[in-house]
Design a protein around this ligand. Structure first.
Ligand code: PEP
Ligand code: MG
Length: 457
């Protein structure tokens, strides 16, 4: 039995230089920390990330609501220090076996359906740090602790295919590219370690290809460490990827992923998608026109995965598109659509809207709720794609959770920048540690989406 002695929170910075929440949990085994990530292309249905500029009671608590342009998180920090922490210490809950009860206690204290009162950023930080404390109490690595939470203890250990976001657009970059993420996935590698090498080599080769075509200034990068050259059409982006992969002799080992993050350029009233939303020139497409563009891309490039092809509430377009992909081996991932929320997953299952769920723990705001959403997705034959946020930290919790859930694939940005490589480096450590222990380790490879068999196969 290991109870919580004390919980404190602090305001720290994320990878965009914005404030975020750090939580520290103290038990008899020591101090355990977690840092909370933050999105830019956030879904309207996500749990609430409490920011001081918008927090109702911040000013009355003497918090400077204008600090960091209103993005301070001192209200959330205060909620950990004054409400969540004392309540969990008093509860006597055991971090070794009661993570679910700890999360439930916080959800009850919050009392809203979307964590609007205490903040998903406050609750998630505590949840993650408690999981770390629980792992230490059991004397096991975090992924082992989480395997028990996920009910995957008898599964083989699967290392995920990393989907490297090497070209950034959308709201993550200052270029005119509407689509947000162009990803390289070394599905033909034989280990995670080899996948990392392919990703790194392709990333550097891509830099050369971009410099040759667009000049060195075009090799500046976006929020997730990918390059952000002055492109407009998605074909231009995929052509650059194709050339970069060819240069390193990797054409038969690498597939592509795409996240247009289309909620960002959807006009719900007109039911139009504007691919020129960052430009002065509009470039509007109907949902049908956009679907045709995706089919064209899937036909001409090795596109294995497509995330958020349509906006978060444009259900009819999702359903029609998924149906139209019945005979194509394409993973169709719901991000803003599902927000790692069991209710949205249930709705999407009934509407046959997609065949995969993006897993972002801060969209729902606690570790065990995120696990429940993933389990529901798997039980419906879907894949689960684990994900970081564009505003990240050096926290590598995501890597352990990905292995524990056995998702077979994750995205954590480019194979560059500290907050991105923290996740990849942790996965390299896990792979090496398991092999050193003599455990059988499988690299997911071409079966990256197979844990839950895709609905349209
Ligand atoms: C995404 O849309 O998948 C993403 C990682 O971006 P953000 O964190 O800005 O939502
Ligand atoms: Mg997305």
């Amino acid at each position: 039995m290991t109870t919580i002695k004390k919980i404190t929170a602090q305001q720290r910075l994320d990878s965009r230089g914005n404030p975020t929440v750090q939580v520290q949990v103290e038990t008899k085994d020591g101090f355990f920390r977690a840092l909370v990530p933050s999105g830019a292309s956030t879904g309207a249905h996500e749990a609430v990330e409490l920011r001081d500029g918008k927090a109702r009671d911040a000013a009355t608590k003497g918090i400077d609501t204008k600090a960091y342009f209103g993005k301070g998180v001192m209200t959330a920090v205060g909620n950990v220090n004054e409400i969540l922490g004392p309540a969990l210490v008093k509860s006597g809950l055991d971090v070794t076996t009661q993570l679910k009860d700890i999360d439930k206690a916080m959800i009850d204290l919050d009392g809203t359906p979307n964590k609007a009162r205490l903040g998903a950023n406050a609750i998630l930080g505590v949840s993650m740090a408690c999981a770390r404390a629980g792992a230490a109490a059991r004397g096991v690595p975090l992924y082992e602790y989480l395997r028990r939470e996920c009910g995957t203890e008898s599964d083989p250990y699967v290392l995920p295919v990393p989907f490297f976001n090497v070209l950034n657009g959308g709201v993550h970059a200052g270029n005119t590219l509407a689509f947000q993420e162009f990803m390289l996935a070394p599905t033909g590698a034989s280990s995670f370690e080899e996948a990392i090498q392919i990703g790194s080599e392709a990333y550097h080769s891509l830099k050369n290809v971009i410099a040759k075509k667009h000049g060195m200034p075009a090799t500046s990068i976006g929020d997730e460490g990918g390059f952000a050259p002055p492109l407009t059409r998605p074909e231009e982006a995929f052509d650059l990827l194709t050339e970069a992969v060819k240069e390193i002799g990797g054409s038969d080992r690498v597939q592509f992923g795409l996240d247009p993050a289309s909620t960002e350029f959807f006009d719900a009233e007109k039911r139009e998608y504007d691919l020129g939303f960052k430009d002065k020139q509009p470039s509007k497409l109907s949902p049908d026109g956009l679907a045709q563009l995706y089919h064209h891309l899937a036909k001409n490039y090795p596109l294995a995965l497509l995330e958020d092809p349509f906006a978060e509430d444009d259900w009819a377009s999702w359903t029609a598109f998924t149906e139209s992909c019945r005979n194509i081996p394409l993973e169709i991932v719901g991000d803003d659509l599902l927000v790692t929320n069991v209710e949205r997953v249930r709705e999407a299952v009934s509407k046959k809207a997609c065949n995969s769920m993006l897993l972002k723990i801060n969209q729902i705001g606690s570790v065990t709720e995120a696990i429940a959403a993933a389990q529901l997705a798997f039980s419906n034959g879907w894949a689960v794609f684990a994900s970081h946020r564009s505003g990240e930290t050096t926290d590598d919790f995501l890597s352990d959770l990905t292995v524990a859930l056995n998702t077979g694939h994750l995205k954590a940005g480019a194979p560059a920048r500290g907050e991105r490589v923290a996740k990849y480096n942790r996965l390299l450590d896990i792979e090496a540690e398991l092999k050193a222990k003599g455990q059988r380790v499988v690299y997911a490879g071409a079966n990256f989406g197979r844990r839950g068999k895709a609905a349209n196969e």
